[in-house]
Design a protein around this ligand. Structure first.
Ligand code: NAP
Length: 298
């Protein structure tokens, strides 16, 4: 039996692994993607992690994984399919086997929210993408639209502006949720056209995306943007499927746990983006990993 099973190999889970190793806990880290590292693997530039200005997200993710591995906790690439965490012995079941532990640190993270408009699903991988840094290169010299007004949408628009001939940034309001510095950079970029107060209604085309149909929210005017690709960046939704019904979730669907990372169930901790919190950043995820391990030690 393990002292702790950590579920998720992003910054929160890997930080928990480092702290667990240093506390001499017998720990297992399960991460479904062989690459590990979590969302930052798809982040072109991380400019706000202390001491590493302009860090490459992919490299940073790899360094986090290597750090945990160097201390003896190498992520095991198995997808968790079920958890039973009510009793003193927690069970974690993957497609390969069943593991037992005294505690669980649930650091499964969050995934891309969908818009839910016609064409989004049909054109996924055929012009619709949720990751500019992964797929942007396919749109070299083409026209794309980014949907959203948060940090990710702004960063994606800037990234794509270097690759594409033209980028529409389509946002449903006229003010942005994302950082002011990013907004200023977007505004100063000639080939980004701000398309504000505008909601996307449909993604259309034949074999691949050809247009994005939108409506102006104030005037009701319909717009038809000729685009080769649509990058959707409208936020994240937490991966709670495995523990939904076993621990309390908040009204937005995140695992209800305070700054001590303790959930409503003894011995189950939530760390990183999956947890209720105001600031979802690498630095807060990394902090959660440390705090959760401290909670296990009592
Ligand atoms: P976010 O901050 O939640 O922004 C989501 C954006 O999508 C908002 O502008 C929202 O509009 C819009 N939106 C949501 N649902 C929509 C819909 N159905 N139709 C049209 N637009 C919709 O999400 P995010 O940009 O993915 O960022 C997630 C978290 O990661 C944030 O906390 C962010 O600060 C953090 N992050 C930080 C960095 C960094 O610091 N370098 C980089 C990336 C991400 P409204 O504004 O109108 O609600």
């Amino acid at each position: 039996m393990y002292d702790v099973i950590i579920i998720g190999g992003g910054p929160a889970g890997l930080s928990a692994a480092v702290y667990a190793a240093r506390a001499c806990l017998n720990a297992l880290l399960l991460e479904k993607h062989p690459m590990g590292g979590g969302q930052i693997l798809n982040t072109a530039e991380v400019d706000n992690y202390l001491g590493l200005p302009g860090a490459d997200g992919f490299e940073l993710g790899q360094r986090f994984t290597e750090h945990a591995a160097k201390l003896g906790i190498k992520p095991v690439a198995e997808e968790v399919i079920r958890i039973s965490c009510g009793g003193a012995v927690k069970k974690v079941i993957t497609a390969k086997q069943e593991y037992e532990a005294k505690a669980i640190i649930y650091a499964a993270g969050a995934g891309h929210k969908k818009l839910g408009i016609p064409g989004e699903e049909a054109f996924a991988g055929k012009g619709v993408s949720y990751c500019a840094t992964c797929d942007g290169a396919f749109f070299r010299g083409k026209t794309t639209a980014v949907i959203g007004g948060g940090d990710v949408a702004l960063e994606d628009a800037l990234f794509l502006a270097n690759v594409c001939e033209k980028v529409y940034l389509v946002h449903r309001r006229d003010t942005f949720r994302g950082a002011r510095t990013l907004v200023e950079r977007v505004k100063a970029t000639e080939n980004i056209e701000l398309t504000l107060d505008t909601a996307p209604e449909e993604i259309a085309g034949e074999d691949r995306v050809q247009k994005l149909l939108c409506v102006h929210k104030k005037t009701g005017e319909k717009k038809n943007l000729a685009v080769d690709g649509v990058f959707i960046a409208v936020g994240m939704a937490p991966y709670t499927r495995l523990i939904d019904g076993q621990v309390k979730l908040d009204e937005n669907g995140y695992v209800a746990a305070g700054e001590d990372c303790k959930t409503s169930v003894d011995g189950v901790f939530a760390a990183g983006d999956v947890r209720t919190k105001k600031v979802r950043q690498i630095v807060t995820a990394v902090s959660d990993g440390a705090v959760a391990v401290a909670g296990i030690q009592g």
